[in-house]
Design a protein around this ligand. Structure first.
Ligand code: ADP
Ligand code: SF4
Ligand code: MG
Length: 347
């Protein structure tokens, strides 16, 4: 694997600051045209990812996180379709690329790992052969060298005794080990961007921490950017440099992680942070946001969060249910989609 460090000594955040965005997603919308109606799975998501940065995308299950990732990768199948928005990767519009160019991008520049590692591994082949195959496609070269590199990759992702483990079949590995193999496969092409969609949700808590440490380590060593998709605010707090909060298909808040946790602006974000389980008081805290994510076919008019929003009632806001708020920069580098803040600016 090549080391992409080209600016020794400075932190990845510093390095990122003087670079233009690696990925720029603007007002992305992906709808599924089903018999029951139009499912607006992604309906107004914008964010950027800079080199070496971990961008957290957080929100409850069903709010469009995975479909956002699949849209970036152009892996949306019928009846789904990206209906509008722009996805620029290194300045190139991914939406305009041919299938072939897109396959090359997915192979060489953007890797993805999913929640269920075994679902992406072929059960009938040894993990080593699968890794060698990835290396063969990306780099070519001699099989012996590919095998050595595969062992090296397995070592780098923390698989003990990789020379032996390379001959295992997926079912002979634990979930944590299989996820490490998936990460090794993702790293094989030395990607600029790793999209990790709930990478630890299927794993035990201790293994979760180890896999997150590994992703962080790889980011540091290779200056790789990461989009970390999760429903878990605890993981965001620990891993992300900058966070996008999604609700019912749309981004509703964006800030650097510290600012988001210190001063969450959107009532939904405030609820998510308040629901982070704290040892000993888990029960009382879980139910902070009443209700559930709305049906994405039948979205309420106005603010999508209105039916669940206590702040709306407390502040006696009437426009919430009539008109959708816009994403506005309420504080430098901190944006929110909520009439509480837009109202302040316009009145
Ligand atoms: N093939 C499909 N047909 C219809 N709706 C779909 C399809 N795939 C996903 N969706 C819908 O898109 C929405 C967002 O899903 P997803 O991005 O997987 O959410 P998350 O990853 O945040 O849990 C969900 O309401 C889901 O039902
Ligand atoms: S716009 Fe209104 S309903 Fe929506 S989050 Fe803000 S206060 Fe709540
Ligand atoms: Mg998902």
């Amino acid at each position: 694997m090549t080391d992409k460090n080209d600016n020794n000594g400075t932190s990845s955040v510093m390095q990122a600051a003087d670079n233009s965005p690696l990925l720029q997603v603007s007002d992305l919308r992906t709808y599924f045209f089903t018999r029951e109606g139009t499912v607006k799975a992604v309906d107004g998501v914008s964010f950027t990812v800079r080199k070496g940065e971990v961008r957290g995308i957080v929100g409850e299950s069903g709010c469009g996180k995975s479909m956002t990732a699949m849209s970036i990768l152009r892996l949306i199948d019928k009846p789904g379709r990206i209906v509008s928005g722009e996805v620029l990767f290194k300045g190139q519009n991914l939406r305009k690329m041919s299938r072939r160019e897109m396959t090359a991008i997915r192979g060489k520049h953007i890797s993805v790992i999913f929640q269920e590692p075994r679902s992406s591994l072929n059960p009938v082949f040894k993990v080593g052969n699968q890794l060698v195959e990835v290396l063969r496609i990306h780099k070519g070269g001699k099989r012996k060298a590919q095998r050595e590199e595969a062992v090296e990759l397995l070592r780098e992702v923390g698989i003990p005794d990789p020379g032996r483990r390379i001959s295992n079949y997926p079912h002979e590995m634990s979930g944590g080990m299989a996820q490490r193999v998936m990460i090794a496969m993702g790293m094989a092409c030395a990607p600029d961007l790793l999209i990790a969609d709930e990478p630890t949700t299927a794993l035990d808590v201790t293994i979760q921490a180890q896999v997150l440490d590994l992703i962080r380590q790889l980011r540091d060593d290779h200056r790789m950017a990461v989009i970390l998709i999760t429903h878990d605010m605890g993981i965001v707090a620990e891993m992300a440099d900058i966070v996008t909060v999604m609700y019912a298909g749309a981004s509703v808040e964006e800030a650097e992680t510290e600012a988001l946790f210190e001063n969450p602006l959107h009532p939904y974000t405030q609820g998510l942070i308040a629901s982070i389980p704290v040892m000993g008081e888990v029960k009382e805290r879980l139910d902070v946001i009443p209700g559930t994510v709305p049906d994405l076919i039948d979205m309420p008019p106005g603010c999508r969060f209105a039916p669940r929003c206590r702040a709306r009632v407390e502040h006696g806001l009437t426009q919430c249910e009539i008109e959708e708020p816009h994403m506005i920069e309420a504080e430098p580098g901190h944006s929110v989609r909520c009439w509480l803040y837009e109202g302040e600016k316009t009145s």
